[in-house]
Design a protein around this ligand. Structure first.
Ligand code: ADP
Ligand code: MG
Length: 359
């Protein structure tokens, strides 16, 4: 059993505004070794944690489990709620997705458990079942782990295809596969984990959501997806106007990115990455010094484009670079972090990879 992490190519803070985003699954992944037991309870262990969870699905109902086990065992509860009968299991998890780096170790963990569970139940992991697992994993994270999520991460991790990005439209819930053959174009997609998380700004995500909702309310629309740049320009409040400007312009950038990918116009994709970063930095104000440092350094070292990815205030950034410049970009980022007195960042491969699989 293998379930990848994910990185969002473009389309940030658009999901909760009924907008567009474009994630890819990455090679880093959570693996699950599953043994079906003659009798319960189910046991779940992770190489990344000291404690083991043991129980039946009902023991993982909302409010009955906390910590990391809520993400893992919560999936068993959500699957039972959805009517799946899962045999008792011994599950051993291990992951190469860094925890809390914005690369969705949580959805990766959930998907690994979900795929292990339905495989043990003898089910065939077809597209319908994948979509059902997206919902079960989303419920586990939202209702059991208590971390509200719109399903972007779970969709990316369970639905992505090798060599493709997933265009997600949160207005109608649709998902479309878009080819991203970076390797054939002589490019690499680098992921840099800044290894910082600015806990003091934890309220930042909630306040951005509230500001977007308020902007939509003042514009008289159900969501900012329905607004144009001309509409947004009419907002009197400077802060709300800038927040809404990011969301509306970001949706357009996702559309342009899909066109650029289909046309093989990598220079344009790079420009869109960088424009997205500036919008997140200046209008949405969710970047931070470490993310800006990665982006600026990558651009100075030959990247076609670079941007923060994920919610912001830390986490990871991506850079689209000519393959022959990849080492130079990684080294330049390392040097910039040393000079900035920062702990060494992590480097990951962002090659668009396959979604969760029962292998
Ligand atoms: P992200 O998904 O961006 O990595 P989250 O805060 O959403 O960050 O999820 C991280 C949490 O998910 C961890 O604190 C832990 O509770 C859980 N988790 C992720 N991966 C594992 C793992 N391999 N083993 C156990 N728990 C994990
Ligand atoms: Mg997560």
């Amino acid at each position: 059993m293998r379930a990848p992490g994910r990185v969002n190519l473009i389309g940030e803070h658009t999901d909760y505004n009924a907008g567009l985003c474009l994630p890819v699954a990455i090679p880093a992944a959570t693996t699950a070794r599953a043994t079906v037991l003659d009798q319960g309870p189910t046991r779940i262990a992770s190489a990344q944690q000291d404690d083991t969870w043991s129980g039946v699905a009902a023991d993982a109902a909302p409010g009955r489990v906390d910590g990391w086990a809520a993400y893992a065992a919560g999936v068993l509860w959500a699957l039972e709620q959805a009517g799946y009968v899962i045999p008792p299991l011994d599950l051993a998890l291990d992951s190469t997705v860094p925890l809390g780096a914005g690369l969705s170790s949580s959805a990766s963990l959930e998907a690994a458990v979900a795929v292990a569970a339905v495989t043990a139940a003898g089910l065939d992991l077809d597209d319908d079942l994948r979509r059902a697992l997206v919902e079960a994993c989303r419920r586990a994270e939202t209702e059991v782990a208590g971390a509200p999520t719109g399903g972007l991460d779970q969709s990316a991790v369970l639905l992505a295809r090798d060599g493709h990005a997933l265009l997600l439209d949160f207005a109608d819930g649709s998902a479309e596969h878009v080819p991203v053959d970076v390797g054939a174009a002589g490019l690499q997609l680098l992921v840099v984990d800044t290894r910082v998380s600015h806990a003091l700004t934890d309220g930042g995500y909630g306040s951005r959501r509230d500001q977007c909702e308020e902007a939509a309310r003042r514009l008289g629309v159900g969501s900012l997806r329905e607004s144009t740049p001309a509409d947004v320009a009419t907002l009197d409040d400077d802060l709300l106007r800038r927040r809404a400007t990011h969301v509306v312009s970001e949706n357009t950038r996702v559309e342009k990115a899909v066109h650029a990918l289909r046309a093989g116009d990598w220079a344009e994709l790079g420009r869109l990455f960088t424009a997205s970063h500036l919008s997140l930095r200046d209008d949405f104000e969710v970047s931070c010094a470490e993310l800006d440092l990665v982006v600026d350094t990558a651009l100075q070292t030959g990247a076609l484009g670079a941007r923060m990815t994920g919610g912001g205030f830390g986490g990871s950034a991506i850079a689209l670079v000519p393959a022959e410049r990849a080492d130079a970009v990684r080294r330049a980022v390392d040097v910039a972090f040393v000079r900035g007195g920062l702990a060494a960042p992590g480097h990951l491969d962002g090659t668009p990879s396959a979604g969760a699989a029962p292998v």
